[in-house]
Design a protein around this ligand. Structure first.
Ligand code: DLL
Length: 439
């Protein structure tokens, strides 16, 4: 189902005309109301009225996460605080977080875009949507919540935590759609099995769709979740600086790439090293410009997320361009003895291997001036127990070979007992990099 048929299927020429009008309006707004942007424009000798085509986007300055932090809390706001009806903050592990604000219209647009996303996953007012993204300063919970209400579904604002109770409520209330991180979905699945409940048994658990995001996950992980839980696992993307969940979403029709809601956001792919805009299809850093955001409009925000832009038409009829599955963040990319690797590439090898659970953790350290990577992965529950040392050794060797073969790096594999690695209720921490203080 297409939630906003008119806007989601606008012919490209009309869409681009709308984008240009909105881009010009955005430039006027930020120039007049945000001193940071006025200064940036002035430094480039640029006036808002010089933006005459979408190609002129390239002339505009980039915005980085650090700029939001430097202007903490309200320095990049473009409206007076009285017009802001809500604040969220991005999860920062170190230093200052970045604060984002929303006007009433921003919240309304967000609800629409999340409604579009849920509808693209196949959800409708008949559904019971269990939201297990965290509610609070994190945008996941409330973002999904407002979208679910907007499509008229029944919403269960479960938030994260109390995993067993969540499983019971999903069974008792009859959840048909689950919104959470993909790692938490697996955690719910495990907790259900411990309670003797199998998500695949549709006479007991009515779940049919997952709307998963907020962390990188591989196509192989999608297949694993789908077969273990007997559901359709759909990918939703977003980030607090730009809005929250619902910036881009896969459709059930193609399940191949995520439509960026282009009437609200302008996507570009750049070379992260040079800032140069890359042609369609090339992998690079996603840069987003908010076209309608009022409270904190951002020009060419560098997301650090790595993907590519696909301009080919989609069979669903939406005209909005798709981005590929997000491989990871440029700042999560590991460089192991000079080879670049994303945790999701390691994940892809692990979850394809029979006898393993999809729970893993990567530790990187520097020993005698050499990078060393240890991949700890849990054995599956049904792994045959007892007297299998040879089998385990063989599996360890094979995994090491496959990682070497596909990624060109040497990793030490540690097979560990089921359920010993920490489970997360939100974004999983897949990598521990201990090299920082040994540089
Ligand atoms: O994670 C918003 C969100 C909530 C998205 C619920 C989807 C679902 P932040 O906490 O600001 O906001 O983190 C944003 O998470 O820059 C990506 O690196 C990563 N991310 C989000 N969605 C995906 C995805 C929310 N589908 C950061 N695949 C982003 C890969 C994702 N990474």
């Amino acid at each position: 189902m297409i939630f906003d048929l008119e806007n989601e299927t606008l012919p490209r020429d009309e869409l681009e005309a709308l984008q240009l009008r909105r881009l010009q309006d955005l430039c006027c707004r930020v120039y007049a109301n945000v001193p940071f942007y006025a200064q940036k424009f002035d430094e480039l000798g640029l006036k808002p009225d010089q933006i005459r085509s979408l190609k002129d986007l390239e002339r505009l300055p980039f915005t980085e996460k650090q700029h939001l932090r430097d202007h903490y809390p309200y320095g990049l706001f473009a409206v007076p605080r009285d017009n802001v009806v809500r604040l969220h903050a991005s999860s920062g592990t170190t230093g200052r977080v970045s604060v984002v604000g929303y006007t009433r219209r921003d919240i309304d647009n967000w609800a629409d875009l999340m409604a579009r996303s849920l509808a693209a996953a196949g959800a409708s007012r008949q559904d019971l949507i269990h939201v297990a993204y965290g509610y609070g300063l994190f945008t996941g919970g409330l973002g999904a919540h407002y979208g679910a209400e907007r499509i008229g579904a029944t919403v269960v604002p479960s938030s994260s935590g109390a995993t067993r109770r969540q499983v019971q409520f999903m069974r008792d209330f009859g959840a048909t759609v689950l919104c959470c991180t993909p790692s938490y979905a697996l955690h719910l699945h495990e907790a259900a099995l411990e309670e003797g409940l199998d998500f695949r048994d549709k006479s007991v658990m009515s779940l049919k769709t997952g709307v998963f995001g907020a962390e990188p996950w591989s196509e192989e992980m999608r297949r694993t979740i789908e077969s273990r839980m007997g559901i359709n696992a759909m990918n939703v993307y977003g980030l607090s600086e730009i809005m929250g969940p619902g910036v881009a979403m896969e459709c059930v029709d193609s399940k191949c790439g995520l439509h960026v809601f282009e009437d609200h956001f302008l996507p570009e792919i750049i070379d992260p090293a040079t800032g140069r805009v890359l042609p369609y299809g090339e992998e690079g850093e996603l840069v987003l410009t908010t076209l309608t955001k009022e409270a904190v409009p951002l020009v060419r925000y560098r997301t650090r997320d790595i993907t590519r832009l696909d301009p080919t038409p989609c069979r669903c009829g939406r005209t909005h361009r798709r981005i590929g599955r997000l491989t990871g963040r440029s700042d999560d990319m590991l460089i192991i003895r000079g080879v670049n690797v994303y945790p999701s590439q390691i994940e892809a090898v692990l979850v394809e291997t029979e006898g393993l659970s999809p729970n893993y953790q990567i530790t990187v350290d520097r020993v005698d001036n050499l990078d060393q990577m240890v991949v700890a992965v849990e054995l599956a529950d049904n792994f045959p127990a007892g007297g299998e040392v040879r089998h385990l050794q063989q599996m360890t060797r094979q995994l090491g070979h496959r990682i070497k073969e596909f990624l060109g790096i040497t990793a030490e594999i540690r097979l560990v007992e089921p359920r010993v690695l920490a489970r997360s209720e939100g974004k999983a921490q897949r990598v521990i990099d201990k090299r920082g203080d040994k540089m």
